[in-house]
Design a protein around this ligand. Structure first.
Ligand code: ZN
Length: 485
């Protein structure tokens, strides 16, 4: 039966539409923030009204943050409201969505910390098994405090605020804010500094704005979308980019950029030891009766610093790669969460899994900023597929570092080959249309069968053609620890 006829497609939900919109925007569109616009022109009455609104808003947001952090279900900003509030339905939705964002971040941070703890605990158990008399302390999992919203901050959308150009010459805009009183919105004058004006010339502003209160003053953040002109030529050469841990980026022309190993791994190890020491000290002081608020914190401040450092290193690697390939079309893999986990699995890489995702994000952003074409392709089996005969087999990877086809004998550095396979997948509509791993595998098997038939036909006419793209030098310093599926 023809599915197209028998099934009427469901209307996409708001959530799906949003997701699509985000996806469409994320490819080559940059959103730029214009922060630090001081709302100094509003009179005291207006400030008080805004304060009042913010108090009600923050209280409600806090309630939802607590709820969404503690309930089992994944935080959903579109859930029906459950708390009483003096705020309008629209404001309640804004609060719920802001709370869902905070709760998601908190939950994923806690999850990472818990994975950290489990790793420490496993190491402890191992040490204990080796030497039952070990002096090592058993790591203890401490419950995390729920997030407390201290800074007054409102991420408002068009449902509750509206920015209107001012007809009056003294101000640049009016920020219209829906308040607790229905039908009487606040009108706050906005005056831009000269440098704000310069940045915003000829820009269409986004409808969402952010409001923050710092040291008694309200500040406004505006934003706009930008699409830098594409400067990659249609005939530009392609460069495939494989993402990984041993090397953040490996290109199909055989270059590698950045690594989690070495300096970062050592820092990570030191950080873990430091936290263990701190926990020890804390337990000791606790025993002596030092009050809780005087105890040294075991918070992950250094982990956060380390995480920033990893991101910085990733950004540097991406910049260096793009500097080496300024005119190329960049093809990289559409990393899914499951493939990230897979890549991280063989390492002590609970940390890395969360950071790996930063690489494709940064690639997309950096290419967009440069107006350089970048495309994602499905990476399924890209580490196992032979580029010459399309044979797919785990056995094609005798070591992490080496690709060697068990059918045709094609041999290359595994990561270069994977990056090259990605490059070839751009524009491969047949493969792009495959839904699911099984369909991709079936297509590759079919291509291998075709190759075999061709081989029989050309037998005796000399060796089969080899793509020059695959002639890579094999010297490589680091071992790669990745494999897809
Ligand atoms: Zn082969």
């Amino acid at each position: 039966m023809d599915r197209r006829v028998s099934q009427k497609p469901d209307e996409p939900t708001t959530d799906e539409k949003k997701k699509r919109k985000r996806k469409r925007k994320s490819k080559q569109t940059l959103t730029r923030a214009v922060p630090h616009i001081r709302l100094a022109e509003a009179n005291t009455g207006k400030h008080e009204a805004l304060d009042q609104l913010a108090d009600a808003f923050m209280a409600l947001t806090q309630q939802y943050v607590t709820l969404l952090c503690t309930q089992d279900a994944t935080p959903d900003g579109y859930m029906p409201p459950v708390y009483e509030s003096s705020l309008s339905e629209r404001w309640q939705r804004v609060a719920l969505q802001q709370a869902a964002g905070i709760a998601k971040a908190w939950r994923s941070n806690r999850q990472n910390a818990y994975a950290n703890y489990q790793h420490d605990h496993a190491a402890y158990a191992q040490a204990k098994e080796k030497n039952p008399q070990t002096k090592r302390k058993e790591p203890v999992w401490r419950a995390w405090n729920l997030p407390e919203l201290r800074v007054q901050s409102i991420q408002a959308n068009v449902n509750v605020v509206k920015l209107e150009p001012s007809e009056d010459s003294t101000f640049d805009y009016w920020l219209q804010v829906a308040t607790l009183e229905k039908g009487s919105p606040l009108r706050i004058p906005v005056k831009l500094a000269a440098y704000h004006k310069k940045v915003l010339t000829d820009r269409a502003l986004n409808t969402s704005v952010a409001l923050h209160k710092r040291k008694g003053t309200w500040w406004l953040t505006l934003s706009f979308d930008e699409e830098p002109p594409q400067r990659t030529e249609a005939e530009a050469s392609r460069v495939g980019v494989d993402v990984g841990i041993a090397n953040f980026l490996t290109t199909s022309d055989g270059k590698a950029y950045g690594t989690f190993h070495g300096k970062l791994a050592q820092k990570h190890k030191r950080d873990r030891e430091k936290r263990r020491c701190k926990a020890k000290l804390r337990a000791c002081l606790e025993k002596q009766g030092v009050p809780k608020d005087r105890l040294p914190s075991t918070s992950s401040e250094t982990s956060q610093r380390l995480s920033r450092q990893v991101k910085q290193d990733i950004n540097q690697a991406v910049n260096a790669m793009l500097k080496d390939h300024p005119d190329a079309r960049i093809i990289y893999e559409d990393l899914s969460v499951s493939s990230m986990r897979f890549k991280a699995k063989q390492m002590n890489a609970y940390l890395y899994a969360s950071q790996l995702g930063h690489i494709p994000d940064q690639l997309a952003w950096a290419c967009a900023r440069r107006g350089q074409a970048a495309h994602t392709v499905n990476p399924a089996y890209s580490s196992q597929e032979c580029p010459r005969c399309h044979y797919v087999d785990r056995a094609n990877r005798p070591t992490q570092k080496t690709f060697c086809c068990v059918v045709c004998g094609y041999r290359a550095h595994a990561d270069h080959k994977a990056a090259g396979t990605l490059a070839l997948r751009w524009g491969d509509t047949e493969l792009a249309e495959c839904r699911g791993l099984a369909a991709i595998k079936a297509l590759l098997v079919q291509r291998h069968e075709e190759w075999k038939k061709n081989q029989q036909r050309v037998k005796g006419n000399g060796p089969p053609l080899q793509l020059s793209l695959w002639d890579h030098p094999e010297e490589f310093l680091e071992t790669s620890h990745m494999k897809h599926f």
